[in-house]
Design a protein around this ligand. Structure first.
Ligand SMILES: [Cu+2]
Length: 102
């Protein structure tokens, strides 16, 4: 009996954690802070040293993302502080929005 109650408590915990996270993922203001390390304009790729990405559950790290539209990379250069939104697609992580941090 004790183990059943424990299992229920764990399930309830997972649900209560999961709902706010999925609601948060849909937020339009869900941008992540980053510093641009490298821009590959021709390849449509950008390397970012990013903070925690809430909607992807990703910890801070430096990594390269594909840009959904290479033209959005014309507005950023190495060394810039930016805010960006990345989403997971079938082929990996894609930057769908990037803007100068104010
Ligand atoms: Cu990352």
């Amino acid at each position: 009996m004790k183990s059943i109650l424990r299992a229920l408590a764990v399930a309830a915990g997972v649900l209560s954690l999961g709902l706010p996270l999925s609601a948060h993922a849909a937020g339009v203001d869900d941008l992540t802070e980053a510093t641009v390390k490298k821009v590959d304009q021709a390849g449509g790729r950008v390397t970012l040293a990013h903070g925690p990405i809430a909607n992807l559950g990703m910890p801070p790290m430096t990594m390269t993302f594909a840009a959904r539209d290479a033209a959005m990379l014309k507005r950023v250069k190495a060394g810039d502080k930016v805010r960006f939104r990345a989403e997971e697609t079938g082929g990996g992580y894609v930057v769908v929005r990037i803007e100068a941090a104010k």
